[in-house]
Design a protein around this ligand. Structure first.
Ligand SMILES: [Zn+2]
Ligand SMILES: [Zn+2]
Length: 332
């Protein structure tokens, strides 16, 4: 990957908020903006990368609605939603937008793998990369998929089966070689994955969506997309879920100004993200699910404005606001 140009600003702002060029560590937290895998730099054992112990999130796709390749999206990235969270020797994947393909390339060499994929929901921008996820085509791997937003007659297996069905797709679910399990839960339930706690909540989105809070030891990351706010009123469910979290990744599809044109589409604004982060005493807000109309120059502007509203560094050592970009790793 070419070097990330710093945003058109200087000094502390560029170090804290632009797509970072180098690893930065302070007070225990770190931001890593290069394109190394989340667990890069750790010891390789028998050709397999051991998982980092502490809680980390790496962004593989940060875009909402539809992927958008092109030079004007090169720095923040054009792939749709996909996160990789590692902690306590486990790897959890959140959403399977087009960003999951490159994660799959990274993981393909590491079989046998034991993976969990948690879906916020099954709109196309969150599942369209699934059928291109290489670990599904390796028989030594086990993959569990989870969803909490579906209601009868829909099940996750049926929805993925529909995606892989003529005349939309050339091959069916049988093509997966890995051991695949589909698991349902109801948004609001508490789950766990090894020693990682997962609290969930229902979000305000057409056809439903699930928000997640990932707790490991005394660290926490919340993943809140896709959701629409009520103007002038904080969503108390989200505030409660995210209370005191180190990082909140939030649906920032629009600006407050743009929002008036998109009521009912099920998305929120980066300014509402700031208001919720403040109300819930969140350490770091990660602006996420960028609208395809927002190119790099636009996102640089969002980063500047957001940094003015949430200046400085959180107690976790990370900036109080970051704009997510592909390759960004946050370790609170
Ligand atoms: Zn979406
Ligand atoms: Zn959606």
């Amino acid at each position: 990957m070419a070097a990330w140009p710093a945003p058109p600003d200087s000094g502390q702002y560029a170090r804290d908020h632009g797509p970072a060029r180098r690893r930065r560590v302070c007070k225990g937290g770190s931001v890593d903006g290069n394109h190394q895998p989340v667990d890069s730099g750790v010891e390789r054992l028998h050709g397999k990368v051991s998982l980092a112990e502490g809680l980390k999130v790496r962004f593989w796709g940060v875009r909402g609605s539809i992927s958008c390749p092109g030079a004007e999206y090169a720095r923040y990235g054009g792939n749709t939603s996909c996160l990789e969270v590692t902690a306590g020797g486990r790897r959890l994947i959140f959403d399977a937008g087009t960003g999951i393909r490159t994660l799959g390339v990274e993981l393909a060499r590491q079989a046998p793998l034991d993976l969990d994929i948690y879906f916020t929901h099954t709109h196309l921008d969150h599942i369209s990369g699934l059928t291109f996820f290489a670990p599904l085509f390796e028989r030594r791997n086990s993959v569990r998929m989870w969803a909490g937003h579906l209601e009868a007659p829909y099940t996750l297996k049926k929805v993925v089966g529909h995606l892989m069905q003529a005349p939309l797709y050339p091959v069916s679910l049988d093509v997966f070689q890995a051991s695949v399990e589909f698991r349902e839960f109801t948004a609001g339930e508490t789950l766990s994955c090894g020693t990682i706690g997962l609290r969930t909540a229902s979000l305000h989105h057409p056809n439903g969506a699930t928000g997640y809070r990932i707790d490991y030891r005394d660290k926490s990351i919340c993943y809140i997309t896709d959701t629409e706010h009520h103007e002038g009123q904080r969503d108390q469910t989200i505030v409660d879920l995210c209370r005191g979290a180190d990082v909140m990744i939030y649906d920032s599809s629009y600006t407050d100004e743009e929002y008036a044109r998109y009521r009912g589409w099920g998305h929120s604004t980066w300014q509402e993200g700031v208001r919720i982060a403040d109300a819930a005493d969140v350490g770091t807000l990660a602006i996420f699910h960028h609208d395809p109309s927002h190119d790099d120059a636009f996102m640089d502007g969002v980063a500047r404005e957001a940094a003015a509203l949430r200046p400085g560094t959180a107690a976790n050592g990370l900036p109080r606001v970051v704009v997510a970009h592909e390759g960004l790793t946050l370790s609170p």
